[in-house]
Design a protein. Structure first.
Length: 170
């Protein structure tokens, strides 16, 4: 089943969904952008679970392209799915790790039983992936990944991101 794709311009931390995807850094301990916003609004429960993950399965951090879930704390969601996007290295950068972020996040969502998942535009902030290419990769990957998720909501922070995703979902 292909999920319904919805575009929202706004703040991902204000979304109501079963799972909210965090564009995390490999430390899982918070950072800037979406990562920092999710940790701030979600509260200390998210950080506590991330620290536990670091103390057990992810001692060296979460690898790029992988995904793992924690509680959503005070967010209006049941879970946060943390995924680490690739840093754009310039023309010719391998899109496979970015594809993997979306596939792995959907896999984790399926394991959790999540039916609605809110994604940011992974890797487009400080990791500098070009927005048009990131939108193409995100939309194509979600459309081509088997999942029981019913709705994927791309929550886009500004008009430029919203326009790039709209051009791919129209």
């Amino acid at each position: 089943m292909t999920p319904t794709l919805t575009l929202v311009r706004g703040d991902i931390t204000r979304q109501s969904a079963d799972a909210i995807v965090n564009a995390a850094n490999s430390s899982l301990l918070g950072g800037g952008g979406v990562d920092g916003a999710i940790h701030r609004r979600g509260g200390p429960e998210i950080l506590a679970e991330c620290r536990a993950l670091r103390a057990s399965a992810y001692g060296k951090g979460l690898p790029t392209g992988q995904a793992v879930a924690t509680t959503a704390g005070r967010l209006d969601a049941r879970w946060v799915i943390h995924t680490v996007g690739p840093v754009y290295q310039g023309p010719g950068s391998d899109p496979a790790p970015l594809v993997s972020c979306y596939r792995e996040s959907l896999r984790v969502a399926d394991e959790l039983g999540a039916r609605t998942v809110a994604f940011p535009a992974v890797s487009t902030g400080v990791y500098r992936w070009p927005m048009d290419d990131a939108a193409r990769i995100a939309v194509e990957t979600v459309r081509n990944t088997p999942t029981a998720v019913e709705e994927v909501r791309f929550v886009l922070f500004d008009d430029r991101a919203h326009e790039a995703f709209a051009a791919r979902t129209g």
